[in-house]
Design a protein around this ligand. Structure first.
Ligand code: ARG
Length: 579
């Protein structure tokens, strides 16, 4: 099954070549939706210019050479050189029937690529903050979508689990005891545990000395120290997993590949860079100087791979990481869903890796840049005291608000069911608000707007899905039943036709999300689909229509539900049965 646009494109190509000559073979017509027809080809733009003929002549010549009698009810030259195409109702009806019969709903299966996706990546013993919310939610949407498109996605949760703070964290854990209430904070409020350690470190010189000695032992691979470090990581991952479960995110312990994973490779990375003549000593540190990277006053900007104290940094780990993803995971495409401020870091790491031969030209690496989440004051979202906002409390607040609304709206539902729906709606609202804006732009975190039942929100789309479900509940039928996937669809009313046209775009939109890595396109699509459905449902009686029309319209309803539900599923949002 292909979209109407994809279906007519080959005929248009042939007509362009026939009308304008062989040198136009392969010219790509651009088809856009138009208010005068279903789609419009702008022949005036590139084609007429290249053909050196008046745009209207070019459009007329293409129309003469065009055979779309099966697909179109009208093909017209319009304006200064447009070709307007109106699809035949019966042809659209056949396409949409085909889509309903297709388990994949028209979503293509792409040639399989191996795609490691680096996302979420919180830091151990520190609260996951709203910045991590976005990389988690966007990364998970991309992982689900690319998997559905047929790719082999390898989730890589590059948690911050190594570095100098671990000396003080380990000493603090030893001081308070592993069974103490303070240690329990690691699973509930890791930031508080971190703050406790930090305060002691700053105020107690003896503790600071012990902590420094502990880092040295940790880095030297002292087994007793490593054992405590492992328990610290274990407690922290309990916390991460609570957030992932609450957010309905697909990451598991099997996807953990934190910074420490690469410890044993860092010395070798440095040696190899030196041997290849790529790294040089500068002020006691081993550095890579790359052409084109300069800092203030044009001074060359180094990527430091070994600090003057012998320690390795974030850049060294990321060099080992990219090498691992290419060499061991056999990546075709690597995605880094990470905050926008790290763009320079990644460019330097990748360029170094290319020069070192660890990143061949045919492996694509992409930084999916994540923009800031802002408070109402348009500054990075923080609590009143200025501390970064706890992610868990945001989730809890959203679920509580959704629950309060449900208590009012649906007192008839059993409380346990209301709790399940509140979680779906509250979490769906946060995730959708995050996904519906371009991942690299900022947005203001406003729970009330996110939870609104009107506008481009998660709850609006979830509600649209429950509305369709209630039609089927009313006739005691399962919308997933094969009967609705196989009923012949006919299109007569304009709003019914508009709904079908929109449904037919699904596959192409999902493919574009995978290609361009832009989940917000799917959000826009689903929002417009819900609106098209609303218009259809207002204008076209379903259950009261006569038998054939009723069967056809029920099939359209069922297909709409499958697309809404499937589309939201691809971005990690579930739809309640009712709300
Ligand atoms: N832990 C880092 C942070 O919180 C993000 C890590 C991103 N991934 C990577 N390979 N560097 O900012």
């Amino acid at each position: 099954m292909v979209s109407p646009v994809a279906a007519v494109t080959p005929s248009l190509r042939t007509a362009i070549e026939r009308a304008l000559g062989a040198e136009f073979a392969g010219a790509d017509p651009v088809l856009r939706p138009s208010q005068y027809a279903d789609v419009q080809v702008n022949a005036a733009l590139a084609l007429a210019k290249r053909a050196k003929r008046p745009p209207r002549d070019v459009a007329a010549a293409i129309v003469d050479a065009l055979d779309l009698t099966r697909e179109c009810s009208a093909v017209e030259v319009s304006g200064p050189g447009f070709i307007n195409l109106t699809f035949r109702d019966s042809w659209l009806a056949d396409l949409v029937s085909e889509q309903a019969a297709d388990e994949r709903l028209g979503v293509p299966t792409q040639p399989r690529q191996i795609v490691p996706i680096d996302y979420s990546a919180p830091n151990v013993a520190k609260e996951m903050h709203v910045g991590h919310l976005r990389t988690t939610v966007v990364g998970d949407a991309l992982a689900r979508t690319l998997e559905h498109l047929g790719h082999d996605v390898i989730r890589q949760n590059h948690i911050g689990d190594w570095g100098t703070p671990f000396g003080m964290l380990i000493e603090h854990l030893l001081d308070v005891g592993e069974d103490s209430p303070e240690a329990a904070l690691l699973e509930t409020d890791p930031n508080a545990f971190y703050q406790g350690a930090r305060e002691k470190f700053d105020g107690d010189p003896e503790f600071a000395t012990r902590s420094r000695a502990r880092v040295v032992r940790l880095q030297a691979g002292d087994e007793a120290t490593l054992a405590i470090w492992r328990r610290l990581i274990g407690l922290s991952t309990v916390y991460f997993n609570r957030i992932y479960t609450a957010l309905d995110v697909t990451l598991t312990d099997a996807d953990l590949a934190g910074e420490s994973t690469y410890n044993d490779e860092l010395a070798g990375i440095c040696d190899e860079l030196e041997a290849k003549g790529l790294a040089t000593m500068s002020d006691g540190a081993l550095c890579v100087f790359l052409p084109g990277f300069t800092g203030r006053e044009g001074k060359p900007l180094p990527l430091i791979v070994r600090k003057s104290d012998g320690g390795y940094g974030y850049g060294t780990t990321d060099l080992a990481t990219i090498r691992h993803r290419v060499r061991d995971l056999h990546a075709d495409r690597v995605l880094y869903v990470v905050g926008a401020p790290q763009a320079l870091h990644f460019r330097m790491v990748w360029q170094t890796a290319r020069l070192a031969g660890w990143l061949p030209d045919d492996v694509e690496v992409v930084h999916v840049q994540i923009g800031n989440v802002l408070g109402e004051d348009r500054k990075i979202l923080r609590t009143r005291s200025g501390a970064p906002l706890r992610l868990m409390s945001l989730i809890e607040e959203a679920v509580a608000k959704a629950g309060a609304h449900l208590d009012q709206a649906r007192p008839d539902l059993p409380p346990a069911e209301r709790d399940v729906i509140a979680a779906q709606v509250g979490v769906g609202a946060i995730k959708y608000a995050d996904l519906s804006v371009a991942h690299d732009s900022e947005y203001v975190f406003d729970l009330d707007r996110m939870l609104a039942l009107v506008g481009n929100t998660g709850p609006y789309l979830q509600y649209a899905a429950t509305r369709v479900r209630s039609i089927f509940r009313g006739i005691d039928a399962d919308p997933g039943h094969a009967q609705f996937a196989q009923a012949p669809i006919t299109l007569a009313e304009p709003s019914e036709r508009a709904l079908a046209l929109h449904l037919l775009d699904f596959g192409q939109v999902v493919a574009a999300v995978g290609d361009e890595l832009e989940p917000h396109r799917l959000c826009t699509y689903l929002f417009e689909l819900a609106q098209a459905f609303s218009a259809f449902y207002e204008n076209c009686p379903v259950l009261k229509a006569e038998a054939d029309t009723r069967a056809s319209r029920l099939a359209l309803c069922a297909l709409t539900l499958r697309v809404l539900d499937g589309g939201l599923g691809l971005i990690g949002i579930s739809t309640p049965d009712q709300m």
